[in-house]
Design a protein around this ligand. Structure first.
Ligand code: ASP
Length: 315
């Protein structure tokens, strides 16, 4: 009787998923993390035969969402998609209510994506060197948008201000989707953001671009120099996204999710849209729990001393 009841239980890991999983996005709809989430959720839905719902949980540079997933039931129905902020928040925040490594089961890396330094359309500088000179001369009137302490836009903006030794007023949003709206409207001046959010606006000439933050140029924006080429030697930030479940999620569930992620990263529409937006899915051997765990640890080790040196902290 007992065995029969167990076998019929809808919560058996082998039966997963028997209801809809939710993928929590730590930033507002319309931004870069949301875009990646919504693209991969479509083929994951087909593989898992349950609708993968995307939910935007906003605030505190993404840390509210991360904490929500850290405390969720570990059954595979609450997942987290997050970027490089998973590795920078532990150094940026004096106190975090979660442990980025020990409170999660990594599922796999998803993609790597460059950032771009962009400005509102009528910003009076044509190239990076001019922008730096202008910003230094007018620092009290210029503001820099970001998605809060812990966001990639915050990290990139912080590195930029430190590289040019100039403090600017920062304007935090709940995501760079809404920040982009204000950049387009001219309410904010400059921003660092992923190509997934900036490419179409750059191509439509609705905003100005000064450089990409990766070592190499981006195929979808071939005329945009790297920040290094444009004058800020060694300036490099490469953003990555990963998929996580709460610690203790059963291995058969993680295996199904990793498999669904592998299928998603080979999906034609995902590959096409990623390429158009200047990003790339990682190779299959990096879309694994072990590779994400190792990458997260390596990124925490890489960014902690840089953030400490820059002296940026939040409570
Ligand atoms: N990825 C953005 C950032 O970190 C936030 C977002 O996805 O909206 O700045």
């Amino acid at each position: 009787m007992c065995v029969a009841l167990l076998a019929a239980s809808p919560t058996r890991a082998q039966d997963y998923p028997t209801k809809v999983p939710t993928m929590v996005v730590p930033f507002a709809a319309g931004g870069p993390t949301d875009t990646v989430a919504r693209l991969v959720a479509v083929p994951m839905t087909k593989t898992l035969k349950q609708q993968v719902i995307v939910e935007n949980v906003l605030g505190a540079g993404g840390t509210i969402a991360v904490n929500r997933v850290a405390k969720a039931v570990a059954d595979g129905y609450t997942l987290l998609i997050h970027h490089i902020g998973m590795s920078t928040a532990p150094a940026l925040y004096r106190k975090l209510p979660y442990d980025a490594i020990n409170d999660f089961e990594p599922i796999g890396l998803i993609n790597e994506v460059p950032m771009t330094l962009v400005a509102k359309k009528d910003f009076p500088a044509k190239e990076l060197k001019e922008l730096i000179a202008y910003v230094k001369a007018n620092k009290e009137k210029i503001n820099l948008a970001n998605a809060g302490v812990g966001a990639a836009s915050h990290l990139c903006g912080m590195l930029f201000m430190s590289a040019i030794q100039t403090e600017l007023t920062t304007v935090p949003y709940n995501g760079t989707g809404p920040a982009m709206n204000d950049l387009l409207g001219g309410q904010v001046d400059i921003m660092c953001d992923q190509t997934t959010n900036t490419t179409s606006q750059i191509k439509a000439e609705k905003i100005k671009v000064y450089g990409v933050t990766t070592r190499k140029r981006v195929a979808s924006l071939p005329n945009v120099p790297t920040m290094d080429e444009a004058g800020l030697k060694g300036f490099e930030v490469s953003v990555w996204h990963g998929l996580y479940a709460p610690k203790g999620t059963p291995k058969p569930v993680i295996d199904k999710l990793t498999n669904a992620l592998h299928v998603a990263l080979k999906d034609d529409n995902v590959k096409l849209r990623f390429a158009e937006l200047g990003t790339e899915p990682v190779a299959e051997n990096r879309a694994t729990p072990a590779a994400l765990r190792a990458h997260l640890k390596a990124e925490i080790d890489k960014w902690s001393p840089i953030i400490k040196k820059a002296g940026a902290y939040a409570d």
